[in-house]
Design a protein. Structure first.
Length: 705
């Protein structure tokens, strides 16, 4: 157990004694300074000693031990006279499970010797005693602090027949005071919203009362206060003529006060408020301690960001209730290990803090440090433009202001958001960028996940989990079938068909998409060979290739070797280039296109008109075919801009000697407009859905034998 964790559980500077012990062995794990002072302990000699020996002077477990009564759900309240200190204490016991899973007993001891003497004096005042007991039972019997204090104020307000009963708390800086809880009679207007962040100077006179006499009863406020005083300006609008209040102290510092307005009964019993303050103060401390414990268990100590525990919890919530949109940045610090080895871990810590600071400044809403050098920032339910702006700001920070360089994986999704998958994809994109960093340095470190991902993919391919479907293309003028596009699908464990957008991005980011690309090519070549032997093979079939695969050295030779194995001519294959990674510039694409076309293949640009495409690609690569994206096709005839882009895009293809192909044709109107614009080929649900190879053969080829 780390000392910092326990320190967050027990306020070390509290005037109340508090300790943590193992409920099974009775070993003391921690005591605060009040225990050290009270029992005269030296250093850490108490560690490992049984609590009954150190704190009770016994040689065996206390006969009154409450371990068997404790739970993690609520505190157990009881009183005890300590024979060593000769003092009465109110004890609050509870079991806590630390973040690491260890169960410990927490006991907080409040000195109530004076309170006990007061209670003895009040024994003859049955009504007051019963009220106090009701208050104590209310505080101890409710698991929720807010509910307990609200019920307590109701009891106090009823006892004094007051208009309002309330609790004020001083902020951590000691400069402001706010009404945190309030109870009102039915006919009384609540004031809690109007009593927030009041300057502490507004109660200077009360502070004097609190210091000199403790609780006080103020009467005839309208007559005794100056109209221009802050105190009058606060009380008069609330129609408060009298009030009773008792302070809450933490040591010698005022932490708040409890009070009632316009009390009409038991006005001479101000000591009830005083007695209640002991218990209220402990409940407030408990709330603060639990908040600190929660914050510690959810906060990274080095950066102040959310830690992995908070990240997992937050992500689980997103998976249950996905947002309408989500942007993800996944960060990994470059060269942290080298920096630690070369300059020491103190310097490495500063690198981590610097990256965390920049990420929190730019993505303040949801930012986490999930590993030694890994960070995640999320932007929920925002616009894409805002996310892109922040990503650019983050890259500028990395380039100019950050103490450490870092690699970034970026992903945006709207509509059907799958948070865990999206973050995993961003993680892999980050590793692709990090690969470039290491490959350009002396480290030459390879992608740490590529080997595992490649093995898993090959295993899935061998197991027949991937399938190739064909979607026919048609001549938009004659209506004749004019080839097909090969599309890959994956079979889920439940037998369902998984679309490519659920797995292709992962394999592209991991640099192993080549296995899928070549699997599809082999399958298509096998079918072409079978159908050729039957005399009914289609003229061409298009096969999608990732740009990452096409960047491999000698990729065209690998493609040709597959074709040669089945006796297929390169002219029967159209190589479609996807644009999902957007990493290749025009010059590189031109080089690749020259190699592919030089080997005899036709070249097609897929998804033209989507967010990745640009006109410079058309001139750099010399495509034989341009496929207009379905997102553009579905807007023609409805959105003027889309109509103009499609019409002139098709015209541009004709001028360049490139065949225009429309994807995603679903309506007759789209077909007629595209035909009018001069689009030669098309595919989409209007004609046919993607289908297995055997179904394609039976529907479009078998009757040609």
């Amino acid at each position: 157990m780390q000392r910092e964790q326990i320190a967050a559980l027990i306020a070390d500077e509290s005037e109340n004694m508090a300790y943590v012990a193992d409920p099974s062995t009775y070993e003391l794990l921690y005591v605060n300074k009040a225990v050290v002072r009270g029992f005269g302990l030296c250093g850490d000699a108490y560690l490992g000693q049984p609590c009954y020996r150190v704190l009770q002077g016994l040689e065996a477990p206390c006969p009154f031990c409450t371990n068997h009564l404790l739970t993690t759900e609520k505190y157990l309240y009881w009183k005890h006279y300590n024979p060593i200190l000769k003092q009465y204490y109110l004890l609050r016991d509870k079991l806590f499970k630390l973040p690491g899973g260890r169960l410990v007993r927490l006991e907080i001891c409040t000195d109530i010797t004076d309170s006990e003497n007061t209670n003895l004096h009040l024994q003859n005042q049955l009504t007051t005693e019963e009220t106090l007991l009701r208050c104590v039972h209310t505080l101890s019997g409710e698991d929720d602090t807010d509910t307990a204090i609200n019920k307590l104020l109701s009891i106090i307000g009823g006892y004094y027949q007051a208009d309002r009963a309330y609790l004020f708390e001083v902020d951590p800086g000691g400069q402001m005071i706010s009404n945190s809880y309030e109870w009102c009679q039915e006919q009384v207007q609540p004031q809690i919203e109007n009593l927030q962040q009041i300057p502490i100077t507004a109660i200077d006179r009360w502070m004097e009362y609190f210091t000199t006499q403790g609780e006080f009863f103020l009467t005839s406020a309208g007559k005794t206060l100056q109209p221009d005083s802050i105190e009058y300006q606060i009380l008069a609008p609330q129609q408060i003529d009298s009030l009773m209040a008792a302070p809450l102290w933490e040591g010698e510092t005022l932490s708040g006060f409890i009070g009632v307005d316009n009390p009409a009964a038991n006005t001479g019993e101000t000591h009830l408020l005083k007695s209640i303050t002991y218990f209220i103060k402990e409940d407030i401390q408990k709330r603060h301690l639990l908040e600190q414990l929660k914050e510690l268990s959810y906060t990274d100590g080095l950066t102040g960001l959310g830690n992995r525990h908070q990240y997992i919890s937050f992500l689980a919530g997103l998976d249950k209730a996905p947002p309408r949109s989500m942007g993800v940045v996944f960060i990994d610090i470059n060269g942290l290990k080298v920096a630690n080895d070369s300059f020491g871990h103190q310097y490495g810590d500063e690198m981590i803090r610097s990256v965390g600071h920049g990420l929190r400044e730019i993505f303040p809403e949801h930012t986490f440090r999930i590993g030694g050098d890994e960070f995640v920032g999320l932007l929920i339910d925002a616009e894409r433009e805002e996310f892109d702006r922040r990503v650019e700001a983050l890259r500028r920070y990395e380039a100019k202001d950050s103490l450490a360089g870092f690699s970034i994986g970026v992903n945006w999704s709207a509509g059907q958001v799958h948070p865990s998958q999206q973050i995993s994809y961003s993680d892999n994109l980050m590793y692709v960028e990090k690969q470039a960093y290491y490959n350009s340095s002396t480290h030459r470190i390879r992608h740490p996940r590529r080997g595992v991902l490649s093995q898993e993919l090959k295993k899935a391919l061998d197991a027949g989990e991937f399938m190739v479907y064909l979607q026919p293309k048609f001549d938009l003028v004659t209506g004749a079938m004019a080839g097909a596009e090969a599309l890959v699908r994956r079979r889920g464990s439940d037998g369902s068909v998984i679309p490519p957008d659920r797995f292709i991005p992962l394999y592209e980011a991991g640099g192993v998409i080549r296995h899928v690309d070549f699997f599809v090519l082999r399958t298509v070549c096998k079918w072409l060979k079978e159908w050729r032997e039957k005399g009914c093979a289609p003229e061409q079939i298009a096969v999608n290739f990732s740009r990452i695969t096409l960047m491999e050295h000698g990729v065209e030779e690998k493609m040709k070797s597959i074709l040669q194995r089945y006796g297929i001519a390169p002219g029967q294959i159209i190589v479609e280039v996807t644009e999902s990674t957007g990493k290749m510039d025009g010059v590189s694409l031109g080089d690749i296109a020259q190699q592919i076309k030089g080997a005899g293949f036709s070249l097609s640009l897929d998804d033209f008109g989507s967010q990745y495409s640009n006109l410079s690609v058309l001139t750099a690569a010399g495509f034989d075919e341009i496929k207009f994206d379905r997102s553009l096709v579905e807007e023609i005839g409805q959105q003027p801009q889309a109509t103009v882009v499609a019409k002139h895009g098709i015209s541009l293809c004709q001028d360049l000697g490139t065949t225009p192909v429309a994807e995603g044709i679903e309506t007759v109107q789209q077909l007629l407009l595209l035909r009018t614009y001069g689009c030669k080929l098309g595919q989409g649900f209007h004609f046919a859905h993607p289908m297995p190879g055997e179904e394609f053969y039976q529907r479009y080829l078998a009757n040609k034998q």
